[in-house]
Ligand binder design. Structure first.
Ligand code: FES
Length: 193
């Protein structure tokens, strides 16, 4: 549920109640450690009203997404209406308001990739990760998404895993790569690039 339906100025006095309402809307439990960390990041941020995107990027860097409870904190820190902060956080596709996995898997389903077997790769990824496009695994290891073109049509079908392009992909190869990442994670040696 979009927590950004309010369009009002957030004041320090109602900060906690605003956070509580957002948490209730998105059905998450209070995470006081996360709130404390967000408040610390916001308090250390030196930018002004014009640095909204920068502060959201900083928070996303810390958590791998922008926790919705950070929005009123950001609004208060920068002296901006909550609606404006929510608007920016939801407008740009680079921001995610939902938790994302440590590893991003992006399958292209554009025309070139589709005719060269992109759908089979999507099925393979869905099978090995046990999630569909747009989802994140429960252990927060993988987020899986599909796109309409990655600008590398000559390499179709294309899969991008943690920023690395795999051209002329085959389902089995992608399966092996994902299984290897999971095995390395379980062994405690994997680092998302
Ligand atoms: S259609 Fe897949 S990279 Fe362009």
């Amino acid at each position: 549920m979009n927590p950004c339906l309010e369009n009002k100025t957030t004041f320090a006095s109602d900060m906690d109640s605003t956070i509580s309402r957002i948490q209730a809307r998105i059905g998450c439990k209070p995470d006081f450690a996360m709130q404390t960390r967000i408040r610390q990041i916001a308090s250390e941020w030196e930018g002004g009203k014009g640095s909204l995107i920068g502060l959201l990027q900083r928070i996303q860097l810390a958590f791998n997404y922008v926790p919705p409870i950070s929005l009123p904190i950001v609004a208060e820190r920068l002296g901006l209406p909550l609606g404006q902060v929510c608007g920016v956080a939801t407008f740009y596709g680079s921001f995610s308001l939902e938790p994302r996995g440590r590893h991003m898997v992006t399958c292209c389903l554009g025309t070139a990739c589709h005719v060269r077997g992109g759908a089979k790769i999507v099925d393979e990824v869905s099978d090995v990760l046990a999630i569909g496009p747009g989802d994140t695994t429960e252990d927060l290891l993988f987020t899986f998404e599909t796109v309409r073109c990655l600008g590398a049509c000559a390499l179709a079908p294309v899969v991008v895993i943690d920023g690395k392009y795999y051209g002329k992909s085959r389902p089995r190869r992608i399966r092996r790569i994902l299984q290897d990442i999971r095995a390395r994670e379980e062994a405690g040696v994997e680092q998302a690039s």
